[in-house]
Write a protein that binds this ligand. Structure first.
Ligand code: UDP
Length: 233
């Protein structure tokens, strides 16, 4: 497959057109941002880790029945994906209180939620990705009811699959963010699944093995990303 013009450059990835109009090449970057782009930095090796990890998890999820955009890894930092149109939604799944949930509801970080929490944000950098609910999604026509049903079903399937998978590797899945896209009129899982988009804690020590180490200047950021990759592959 031929890599053509860059279509889009985001905070953590570049997306390129290819000679197949139904396929893109995604290139994962080492650039890291937090707090809606206010904090910027580099996590050496992150692109390689996130590419490998996303590929591995998307493959596992496809086997479990979660249709997604992943096709094939073609280099250290690049994968071929289906050319989806991303829905402007961030879908957040939480098992344990952390980050913005802990802050918003006054919960101690680490509090186990009695049942899984699903949240939506409107994907808009200028607005700071505000939290919305299903009524906003419907009223703003961000997704149809049928699409939303699939999104919710997939979000819980991803949670079940990843909780079990990471659990076997001695890692707790605290929370994560998903994005979905349209391909041939169908909703499929897209974007990435990595320590940038998941909170992952060591099961024994609760040590953070994710982007919070960067957000909170905790050090050993590169080491944490490599630790996760080492455990899962
Ligand atoms: N998340 C993400 N991108 C975002 C916002 C959140 O990948 O733009 C992930 C984040 O890494 C965490 C989960 O979604 O795993 C929940 O994040 P939270 O709402 O607590 O926000 P944060 O504390 O990251 O600002």
């Amino acid at each position: 497959m031929e890599k053509l013009d860059m279509l889009y450059e985001g905070k953590a990835k570049k997306v390129f057109k290819t000679n197949d109009e139904k396929r893109y090449i995604v290139e994962y970057k080492d650039d890291a941002t937090a707090f809606n782009g206010e904090k910027k930095g580099t996590i050496v090796g992150k692109g390689i880790v996130n590419n490998k990890m996303s590929g591995l998890l998307f493959k596992l999820l496809e086997e479990k029945g979660v249709k997604n955009h992943f096709e094939e890894i073609i280099s250290d930092k690049e994968m071929i994906v289906k050319a989806v149109k991303i829905l402007p939604l961030e879908v957040i799944v939480r098992n344990v209180a952390a980050g913005s949930l802990a802050k918003r509801l006054g919960l101690k970080e680490g509090t186990i939620m009695k049942s899984t929490v699903l949240e939506f944000s409107y994907k808009d950098d200028d607005l700071g990705d505000p939290m919305i609910n299903e009524y906003h999604i419907k009223a703003m026509e961000l997704a149809t009811d049928e699409q939303l049903d699939i999104i919710k079903k997939y979000a819980f399937m991803v949670n079940d699959t990843l909780m079990e998978f990471f659990g076997q590797k001695g890692i707790k899945l605290i929370d994560f963010k998903l994005e979905f896209g349209l391909f041939d009129g169908e909703v499929i899982l897209a974007d990435e699944i990595s320590p940038d988009t998941c909170r992952l804690w060591d099961a024994k020590t609760n040590e953070k093995l994710d982007k919070d180490r960067f957000r909170r200047d905790m050090g050993n950021v590169e080491e944490a990303y490599l630790e996760v990759l080492g455990r899962i592959q």
